[in-house]
Design a protein around this ligand. Structure first.
Ligand code: CP3
Length: 342
């Protein structure tokens, strides 16, 4: 029998949606914290195939999600392109910043990433052997704009100002960087599919800060090129696109990019999405991750409201963004129960 996630992504309307959760392997789980301590730090965990596969499997064992997402990070691609990368505890990622043509010139070619990323492909191969037969395996990468915002600023930024500034000041360097990341992402996701990923997801966490023609040029166009090339090389591979905070630009995003499913953040209303986004195919989302902290009757009511609002078409139940470290695992179990009994 075909896996539930693959059926929804193929456009099937199901009585109960498949369920998984962004950042389902993470610090809210004591078993994750233990394995991360064993690895030493976050990046060592990402590059240790046995331990990365172990943390990918932990939420599947505990909750029986319908999909597992590869444990890795979107910033491994900049690192494989030659940027320095480290994580500052309590603050987030730091990278050597790309702010000029000469910085860009020091990056490696897009097809030189595989040596560094080989452990990630090995994690996927382990998972294809160890996952339960009904659980789908999702690979992922950051979308070019979101990855570029970190590479240009050298860190996470609230408003992506350094990336917008480079886009205005030195368009040629900015577009060359977007093109390099786009090519690298195609190589990376192709290799993930060859290693066993059955679905791939593109995370464009900062898509919402692109407006007008910039949204078309730097959120839509790179996603369209990545998806078209992947589907040429791997016919039938389903793709989920997550243009977070895209607002009105969620409308038509699947058609414009060729994505099989768009992931909704928690700022859009599920009823609105049913009418304007789900008409084009599968949608994923869009529960507010704060409910995983607060729990109670409000969690149950919201999980059921979303499930019912999107029941008329293909839907993958998920959060609108990643679960946070202060979430309680019991609330995750309650959410799953609420969705399956809606
Ligand atoms: O969803 C999953 O379970 C798969 C693994 C995954 C991680 N990061 C693990 C991770 C995925 C898909 C990501 C994507 C990612 N990484 C995004 C896009 C999605 C989003 O959240 O908007 C972004 C922007 C990043 C970059 C990144 N990685 C940041 C900004 C941070 C620090 C913030 C934080 O939550 O600590 C990370 C670290 C990170 N990536 C952690 C995990 C589990 C926490 C690391 C730890 O254990 O300390």
């Amino acid at each position: 029998m075909t896996k539930l996630l693959l059926r929804a992504l193929a456009g099937e309307t199901l009585p109960t949606p498949p369920i998984w959760m962004m950042r389902q392997a993470g610090r809210y789980l004591p078993e994750y914290r233990a394995t991360r301590a064993q690895a030493g730090d976050f990046l060592s965990l990402c590059y240790n195939p046995d331990l990365a596969a172990e943390v990918t499997l932990q939420p599947i064992r505990r909750f029986g999600f319908d999909a597992a997402i590869l444990f890795a990070d979107i910033l491994l691609v900049p690192q494989a392109l030659g940027a320095d990368l480290w994580f500052v505890t309590g603050e987030g990622p730091r990278l050597s910043a790309i702010t000029s043509a000469s910085d860009l010139g020091r990056l490696k070619p897009a097809d030189a990433i595989h040596h560094r990323l080989a452990p990630v492909y090995e994690t996927l191969r382990i998972l294809t052997r160890e996952l339960p037969r009904e659980t789908a395996l999702i690979g992922f990468a950051g979308a070019p704009w979101t990855v570029a915002t970190y590479m240009i600023a050298g860190r996470g930024t609230p408003d992506q100002a350094p990336a917008h500034a480079l886009k205005e000041r030195d368009r040629a360097t900015f577009t060359a960087l977007i093109d390099r990341i786009t090519d690298a992402t195609i190589h990376y996701l192709s290799a993930q599919i060859e290693a066993g990923a059955e679905v791939v997801k593109l995370f464009d966490s900062w898509a919402g800060s692109l407006k007008g023609a910039d949204f078309d040029d730097f959120a839509v166009a790179p996603a369209r090129r990545i998806i078209a090339t992947l589907k040429e090389r791997h016919p039938g591979i389903p793709v989920i696109a997550f243009p977070r905070e895209a607002g009105e630009r969620y409308v038509g995003f699947a058609r414009a990019t060729g994505a099989d499913c768009v992931a909704l953040d928690n700022s859009v209303d599920a009823d609105w999405a049913a009418r304007h986004v789900q008409i084009d195919g599968c949608v994923q989302g869009n529960m507010d991750p704060r409910h995983m902290v607060t729990g109670g009757p409000a969690l149950v009511a919201e999980a059921q409201r979303i499930t019912r609002a999107l029941r008329g078409g293909p839907h993958v139940f998920n959060l609108g963004h990643g679960i946070t470290p202060d979430a309680h695992p019991d609330n995750v179990a309650a959410m799953i129960e609420a969705v399956r009994s809606a």
